[in-house]
Design a binder for this molecule. Sequence first.
Ligand code: XMP
Length: 524
Amino acid sequence: MQEMILILDFGSQVTQLIGRRLRELNVYCEIHPYNKIPDIGPNVKGVILSGSPFSVRDEKAPYVNLEGIKGRLPLLGICYGAQFISHHYGGEVNGSIAREYGRAMLTVVDEQSPLFKGVSKTSQVWMSHGDTIAKLPERARIIASTDDVENAAYKIEGEDTYAVQFHPEVYHTKEGPQILSNFALGICGCKGDWTPDSFIDNTVASLRKQLGDDKVILGLSGGVDSTVAAVLLNKAIGQHLTCIFVDNGLLRKNEFEDVLDSYKEMGLNVIGVHSGHLFLEKLKGVTDPEAKRKAIGSTFIEVFDAEAQKIEGARWLAQGTIYPDVIESVSVNGPSCKIKSHHNVGGLPEKMNLKIVEPLRSLFKDEVRRVGRALGIKRELIGRHPFPGPSLGIRILGEVTEEKLAILREADDIFIKGLRNWPCDLPSASYPNEMADNLYDSIWQAGTILLPVKSVGVMGDERSYEYTIALRAVISTDGMTADWVHLPYDFMAKVSNDIINKVKGVNRVCYDISSKPPATIEWE
Ligand code: XMP
């Protein structure tokens, strides 16, 4: 069984980062809400308690019973976690002494402590706490301090329990990765052998065991997640997997054909369904953004369901659900109103009486890409920007028509190809620690929007009265917040010229310089 570290989430904004940092050390970990602790098997090598917006002194402060964990397994309390251990094991936490927010200098007091092995005697850490540990719990010993907070890190004698008041998981704690590595690889004794290759081997083996000779259906969207899920399943069960790729008539220029060809090249058993006419029919006269989304969503389910019914004996529906969706839906704060992705074909499994299989549900997005790369999927496919399920349907503001679709497809093609052909020396948006191949690769998501306004221009000697195209390019980590990209001026000049010269029906190009929030990435 895969060894792992269990992270108990008390609701901090940065709990996911603890997971990220451990995964970067090739240590598998899972984040669970403090009030839904899973069974702790022999594969759990250590436990981390996260931070929290609460104070341990609040009446409703999150509480976890550490019996069976503390003293038995290595335990690391971070921020609230550190205060929690103190508060419940004989120490004292109060709100009246030193508060610290932001950078602080940490001095290691116990240089022999395994938690600080290889860490500088003084180094910058990130603090974010209102309460302070005024008195340490029983048998505890200070191992590091800051100027304002004496009990910045402590260890409980006789057991592998450590606690740090600062956040080792955030970027501003300069030697945080070393501290987490000391805990996971040193104190917990993890091997650090969780790599894309080991993930593939383990997942393929467990999919074979889980699915046996059963037939599985999967909806491909052209996106990274469903593609990687399909290739993994194909490796596990081959032709027992049938993929359905729906052309909703709202895809980008040549997208359906190109992506379908790539799928076939990869040996996937894939059915391409042309049903653009049906979607356009349903969209006729619909202008409200939500009504458009609903029309597209329900038509997709209709088409998918009809195709899936043709596959006799199918027992499973595979989905490309990834870890942030899983954490999101079971988080301490409950599911948020985040828009779920298109391949999450809501309602279908119950309707068709299918069981769900989600081979990527333990991975973060860039891990999905790494696994995709290890599976040999082309870089163009795994490095593709996110694309919304309702496709260009929500990038044509107002009613969707064939004419507008044709204009938008051409403009979009010029923008996207332009990004792909423009060299740059920025980091890759898909692989945080690598350089981008080109401008496209450095951007998280880009697209074009057709505005429902016409404006006056002049072409040659003639007055024109045509549509406006808006360009959008953002950087983000998860789509929840986003910043507009400072595209090079000469690139924007070229794209604008190309679009206005080559796309009939457009005489003006704008660039969207709004961040999210308060704007959203899509315009509808
Ligand atoms: P917004 O516009 O909410 O978008 O800032 C955030 C991210 O979600 C994508 N998006 C969708 N994806 N179905 C999807 O599969 C949808 O209905 C949908 N709406 C927005 C958007 O492209 C961006 O990546």
